[in-house]
Design a protein around this ligand. Structure first.
Ligand SMILES: [Ca+2]
Ligand SMILES: [Ca+2]
Length: 151
């Protein structure tokens, strides 16, 4: 009987631990300690950020080349996507909405450029065919990548 109880306990611990370990909501993809999803509905940057916040997260931040590649893998070819960078307070001083350090970048050649003198204060990850970063007016609409902690 004791053996049976021990086995059941072991099973329970294993099951609960695994259930807790990996869990992302349906349709979200785990990477590190977060879950990510490309939302194809086109929104302005602020609306996109607020939608991500309503899921308990933020627009994705990017902290490494590996993570940048992972995030690009979620974006269908030819689509554009907002991520959580903005330089709205001070031009050229980029911040992530989740508060992480802004130390990795993957700007396209000649970006960020506030193109033709128009303020471009929001960050997209997959510009043009080159799949690199571009600063873009925040009021433009495009798809976006949300991040949220593992459940
Ligand atoms: Ca700017
Ligand atoms: Ca630009």
């Amino acid at each position: 009987m004791a053996v049976m109880r021990a086995l059941m306990l072991l099973f329970l611990v294993f099951f609960v631990k695994n259930a807790a370990a990996e869990d992302c909501p349906y349709d979200w993809t785990p990477f590190g300690v977060e879950c990510y999803k490309f939302i194809s509905t086109q929104e302005t940057w602020i609306k996109a950020e607020k939608n991500c916040q309503s899921n308990g997260g933020n627009l994705a931040s990017v902290r490494s080349a590996v993570q940048n590649d992972f995030l690009l893998s979620l974006v269908p070819t030819g689509r554009r996507a907002w991520i959580g960078g903005q330089d709205g307070e001070v031009d050229g001083q980029w911040l992530w909405t989740d508060g992480s350090q802004f130390d990795f970048t993957n700007w396209c050649p000649k970006e960020p450029n506030n193109y033709q003198g128009v303020p471009e204060n929001c960050l997209e990850i997959s510009w043009n065919g080159q799949r690199c970063w571009n600063d873009q007016p925040c009021t433009d609409s495009m798809g976006y990548i949300c991040a949220q902690p593992l459940l």
